[in-house]
Design a protein around this ligand. Structure first.
Ligand SMILES: Cc1cc2nc3c(=O)[nH]c(=O)nc-3n(C[C@H](O)[C@H](O)[C@H](O)COP(=O)(O)OP(=O)(O)OC[C@H]3O[C@@H](n4cnc5c(N)ncnc54)[C@H](O)[C@@H]3O)c2cc1C
Length: 424
């Protein structure tokens, strides 16, 4: 049993029998749920996929940073972030906020986050996520060999930019650790980086980069739509959209997902992949998972005169850039504890201004029609929770800043759990 989730066994209700049950009901059709449906269906299980939205990937997966950062698995909580936390909490960074400081859920999560932020815990979480990232890359390539779906997928490589020699030295230590565990990454000087990515010539004060040449990009919304077509056509997966899952009824031989309008989908196992909403849904089943939303924003703009080909993370300004279908997608902002999905104009403007400051010629910043906001489902350690707390219940949640990157490997692990293997 995964030590971070708590199960109250008295909450397992008695429900209807198996009847017309599928093998697996997947609740949530974000990238994690869609990938899970695929991993299950590929193994010959019959699958029903349920979402409250009219289509897949309309939650946190919709317009995220698009990065498949397989080698960048670094956990959020670290001694250096802890040092900066007091000034961040006071609003020193326009792209960082903490909401609801006196909320019990935030305090509980915060205490766990502090415990996960020691050097040793950070290294353990980073390596655990790296392992899942590398599994995800293999699983993604396996999928694309079997089903060459189109989602603006490119092996563009990725660079993390550093402007502070001390921060670069610390990143170099993490790179050395991850290389010993299979990451393909190297530290480059600014001049070496500019030789590979000329767009960085406009980056003021750059001291060096961490280069991950095998990292990729792709559109998670297109991916989910395309994969669902394959799932319906080739694997007979049934999809139930516009179904708001409220509850689950567990019986000896079946589990029934119950919707807000009384709709019922019966299966032998339920996989919960509801993103940030999983916390409340699972609590109703007596299963507690430590999840906190971290709101982020993105915008997509016409490419500028000097748009990078390699995808870029500016580690000082905490934003990412990549090219997607000939446009430039920029994502950033971290509002810990915020559940409000509205795009706040001043926050979007801060993201645009920070992007302009970082790479002035990457995009046409003057013509941005609007932005998007989503809630990253964060665990305190940044490691997702993939567990089987009950015989008929699998949990695949908490993918935080890296859910698109980690979806395919997480799905493989969820399928392994169904087949009886261990959990993470
Ligand atoms: C600004 C931003 C940038 C990001 N950039 C990146 C990046 O570059 N690379 C990366 O790897 N990750 C990135 N992420 C993180 C990534 O987007 C998330 O980790 C990932 O989308 C989580 O996927 P999910 O399927 O778990 O959740 P979601 O995509 O939120 O899916 C959950 C699904 O459950 C459904 N649902 C919820 N409640 C119910 C209910 N009651 N009944 C039925 N259905 C329900 C929702 O409609 C939704 O479709 C970013 C996130 C943000 C916000």
């Amino acid at each position: 049993m995964n030590s971070v989730i708590q199960v109250d066994s008295s909450a397992a209700a008695q429900g209807p029998g198996a009847g017309d049950a599928v093998d697996v009901v997947v609740a949530g059709a974000g990238v994690v749920g869609v990938a899970t449906a695929y991993a299950m269906a590929r193994r010959g299980f019959s699958v029903a996929l349920v979402d409250r939205n009219p289509g897949p990937a309309l939650g946190a997966s919709y317009a995220n940073g698009a990065q498949l950062s397989y080698a960048y698995s670094d956990a959020l909580g670290s001694p250096s972030l802890l040092k900066k936390l007091p000034s961040l909490a006071l609003g020193a960074d326009p792209l960082f906020r903490i909401k609801g400081a006196f909320d019990v859920g935030l305090v509980d999560w915060g205490l766990r986050f502090l415990a996960a932020s020691t050097s040793a815990a950070n290294a353990a979480s980073t390596l655990a996520t790296l392992e899942l990232g590398l599994e995800s890359q293999r699983a993604m390539h396996g999928l694309l060999e079997r089903h060459p779906i189109a989602f603006d997928h490119l092996a563009a490589g990725k660079m993390h930019l550093y402007f502070d020699p001390e921060a670069l030295a610390s990143a170099a230590e993490t790179v050395a650790l991850k290389r010993r565990h299979g990451a393909v990454q190297e530290v480059l000087t600014a001049a070496e980086a500019i030789a590979i990515e000329p767009a960085l010539a406009g980056s003021k004060g750059l001291v060096g980069v961490v280069y991950s040449p095998q990292d990729e990009v792709g559109d998670p919304h297109r991916f989910s739509e395309q994969l669902i077509d394959v799932l319906r056509r080739d694997y007979g997966v049934r999809t139930y959209f516009n179904l708001d899952a409220r509850n689950a009824e567990f019986a000896r031989d079946a589990v029934t997902l119950v919707g807000s309008r009384g709709d019922r989908v019966v299966g032998r196992t339920l996989v919960v992949a509801l993103g940030i909403e999983a916390k409340d849904f699972l609590a109703r089943q007596g299963v507690r998972v430590p999840l906190l939303p971290m709101k982020g924003y993105s915008f997509t703009a016409a490419a500028g005169a000097n748009a990078p080909q390699v995808s870029i993370t500016d580690t000082a300004r905490k934003l990412v850039f990549c090219q997607l279908a000939g446009k430039v997608r920029v994502a950033g902002v971290a509002e810990l504890g915020s559940r409000d999905l509205r795009v706040q104009p001043q926050r979007l403007a801060a993201l645009v201004e920070t992007a302009r400051e970082s790479l002035p010629d990457a995009a046409d910043y003057s013509g941005i029609a609007g932005g998007w906001a989503g809630l990253r489902p964060m665990t305190p350690s940044s490691v997702p929770i993939i567990a089987r707390p009950r015989e008929r219940l699998i949990v695949n949640v908490g993918h935080g800043m890296l859910g698109w990157t980690l979806a395919m490997g997480s799905a493989e692990r969820a399928a392994a759990l169904l087949l009886g293997a261990g959990e993470t």
